[in-house]
Ligand binder design. Structure first.
Ligand code: MOS
Length: 722
């Protein structure tokens, strides 16, 4: 609308560099731990060295006498807090020094506060505890495990349409396979960090979080404060990926330490402390059973997933949810069961459910294709879902066919040999693999405000505000573009402010929902401002500026809320994509290389071609890590995380990544939400592990159903040759 009216140069869609890019590369962008606070003290958490235990004794006497130490909090002297009132998973069951029970290794058992970080760290090392520990359970694949169906968890545990059992018993072809994925940790480069500052009964919390409003609510409830007394600020965030989507124990502990010492307190977790108390991707064991006719038509799908949770809270890794919507099939049954382990509660991690679940489902599709003698892509096209199989609703838009076509063509899928092991280059076996990618489009209620001010020279400055977060994805930038477009102003005249609970509330930056939710609110409020001015006949920049100069303070402020409305439920809403990979496997050494990945994705309207592509790249690279490298190792004797550092927890580096040819397919979706966008933060990782597993099989005839696909599984028989 505004484009036509104002002839603006339509910043939305342009590959604009980040508006905060200069601040970031010059170091001027201050991340939480860098915010200077007068007189700040440092808190260091002492983690338990046992799991499944009780604290018999804890000795803080040496630490308390050390120079600079102002307080050592333990369950013996920590004040009792109001009972935990949060509702998982948005707010978590926390471990806040309230009793002597230890659930997981690394659980906070003491907090040391001193005047410098070095003194606090030193003193924390002198706190000693003894435990009465029982043997922990650290792996879901233990004998005699007790599975249960969670009554209330983050997702519906079971689903059933049709009669999968009957259809499977009559199916012409049937395969049933088990796939496993390990515990994986998020490892954002910026660690969790909190600074708590009390002024009387007013509290300011600087926190690295994906959800400032969530932190505010959790802190207010935990300390029995009115929400208005708590301000949470999070201006720059060095990656979240789900671990910063919840308020974990260290945040209220920092607040408590500040209250008990009367000092502002900074608490930054070490890399090691990021393993255990801030969530992880849950280990899964998934069985996929497919029934099909000989022509490849699916007649039944059953997807059963078991994952772990902690002893004190249910978190369900929704691995089988993807199976409810991906392929056309009249009989689909999915189940999720939990097993309790003596570990910290797992949580969302980039494409929670879709990342783990697409590995199992897409590998099983490959195995069925081979059984049928079909091309894997042909099998997927044969079962293309024109409507959402779960709800029967039409998709708001679905361009998956085009994604398959474009990516297959660019990859050269037609050159694939039907027989695995047929492509060789000396000692190197070459394989091709592919998979479908998908992620739902989520949206939550969001609000924003805009303040327009005349500069007195015929120009207008806009300040747009919302309590959203930029977790590194480019939120500052795309919101600036949306506002500039809707207001008909150059992007240079728009300033975006976010990351502060004093601004209009916005949802968590999770579930790939920020563009759809906060973006819709930003656009709505800017249009509302235009409508107000247009009512007085101000419909172009010059008349708007003139109109503004007549207002008190030469300014106009408008606030608006945006949420899904009537008819919004009429469609199933998902982004889709197709990913193709080539692997090269050294036959003697088992070393796996991924020289190229080609992907095509349809995700509605793309707000910024540059930041959007960056999201895809990040997701796909993580997919390579998930396929080949990542696994959190837990010592079965103590439940201690054994590779809690970036040396031994492997993530991809540049040398691990070959050519990436990733692109978006144009998709115009008038139904998905007011601004036509789908989420792009998470879809990139989905499908990649299965595509790589399929390519490894194509190269070696070894089917590895257990992630990560490390070389031992190729040369020592960890996979199965079939
Ligand atoms: Mo994401 S795992 O929804 O932060």
């Amino acid at each position: 609308m505004s484009d036509a009216v104002f002839g603006n140069r339509a910043p939305v869609g342009a590959p604009m560099s980040r508006v905060d890019g200069r601040l970031k590369v010059t170091g001027a962008a201050r991340y939480t731990a860098e915010i200077p606070i007068e007189g700040v003290h440092h808190a260091v958490i002492v983690g338990s060295t046992a799991a499944n235990a009780r604290i018999l004794d804890i000795d803080t006497s040496i630490a308390e006498g050390m120079p600079g130490v102002v307080k050592v909090l333990t369950h013996r002297n920590a004040p009792k807090l109001p009972a935990q009132v949060g509702k998982p998973p948005a707010s978590r069951v926390l471990t806040l020094l309230q009793d002597d029970v230890v659930h997981y290794n690394g659980q906070p058992v003491a907090v040391v506060v001193a005047d410098t970080l070095e003194r606090a760290t030193d003193a924390a090392h002198r706190v000693t505890a003894t435990y009465d520990a029982r043997e922990p359970l650290t792996d879901i694949r233990h004998a005699g495990r007790k599975e249960y169906r969670p009554e209330s968890a983050n997702k519906e545990a079971d689903s059933a349409s049709g009669d999968a059992a009957a259809a499977l018993s009559h199916a012409e072809e049937r395969i049933s396979r088990e796939y496993t994925t390990p515990i994986e940790n998020h490892n954002p480069i910026e660690p969790h960090a909190t600074i708590a500052v009390w002024e009387g009964d007013q509290l300011t919390v600087y926190d690295t979080t994906q959800y400032v409003v969530g932190v505010r609510n959790t802190i207010a409830k935990t300390f029995g404060l009115p929400a208005d007394n708590v301000r949470v600020v999070s201006r720059f965030i060095g990656g979240g990926f789900g671990t910063k989507g919840s308020t974990w124990s260290h945040v209220p502990l920092a607040v408590l330490a500040a209250r008990e010492t009367g000092k502002p307190v900074k608490l930054v977790l070490t890399r090691r402390q990021m393993f255990g108390s801030t969530g992880a991707r849950a280990q899964t064991e998934q069985r996929v059973t497919l029934g099909a006719r000989r022509d490849g038509t699916l007649v039944a799908i059953r997807h059963e997933s078991v994952s772990y949770t902690s002893r004190y809270e249910d978190y369900l890794e929704p691995a089988a949810v993807i199976t409810r919507s991906l392929y056309a099939c009249p009989n689909i049954e999915t189940t999720h069961r939990l097993v309790q382990l003596d570990l910290g509660t797992p949580t969302f991690q980039r494409a929670p459910g879709e990342a783990t679940g697409s590995f199992a489902l897409e590998c099983a599709m490959d195995e069925l294709a081979e059984r049928l003698g079909m091309d894997p892509l042909e099998l997927r096209l044969k079962n293309y879902a024109e409507r959402d199989p779960e709800s029967g609703k039409p998709f708001s838009s679905k361009s998956l066919r085009e994604c398959y076509r474009v990516a297959a063509e660019r990859f050269g899928w037609a050159r694939r040999k039907a027989t695995p092991g047929a492509m060789q280059d000396g000692d190197i076996a070459i394989g091709y693999g592919m998979a479908t990618a998908t992620y739902p489009t989520n949206r939550s209620k969001a609000s924003a405000s805009v303040t327009l001010t005349s500069d007195g020279r015929g120009g207008i400055d806009a300040v747009v505000q919302t309590a959203s977060q930029d977790i590194g994805t480019g939120t500052y930038t795309v919101m600036t573009q949306l506002a500039a477009d809707a207001l008909g102003l150059p992007v240079e005249r728009v300033r975006m402010e976010l990351g502060d609970t004093r601004l209009p509330p916005s949802p968590s930056s999770g579930g790939s929902q920020t563009a759809a939710s906060t973006g819709s609110a930003v656009e709505a409020v800017c249009r509302e401002a235009c409508v107000r001015m247009a009512a007085d006949g101000a419909t172009d920049p010059a008349s708007m500026a003139a109109w503004l100069s007549r207002q008190p303070g030469r300014t106009l402020t408008v606030r608006a809320e945006s949420k899904a409305g009537k008819g919004d439920d009429d469609y199933a809403k998902h982004a889709f994509g197709a990913v193709f990979v080539e692997v090269r496997v050294d036959r003697a050494l088992g070393e796996i290389r991924v020289p190229r990945i080609v992907g095509a994705y349809a995700a509605g309207r793309i707000l910024n071609a540059k930041t959007a592509l960056s999201q895809l790249i990040g997701g796909v690279v993580w997919g390579v890590g998930m396929a080949l490298e990542e696994k959190t190792l837990v010592d079965p004797r103590t439940a201690r995380y054994m590779n809690a550092n970036l040396e031994e927890y492997h993530v991809p580096v540049n040398a691990d990544i070959g050519a990436l040819d990733l692109q978006f397919i144009a998709e115009d979706d008038p139904h998905v939400n007011p601004i036509g966008v789908k989420g792009i933060g998470e879809i990139g990782i989905t499908g990649v592990p299965a595509a790589i597993a399929g390519a490894v099989y194509d190269a070696t005839r070894i089917r590895v159903r257990e992630l990560p696909i490390t070389l031992d599984k190729l040369i020592m028989g960890g996979g199965s040759a079939d």
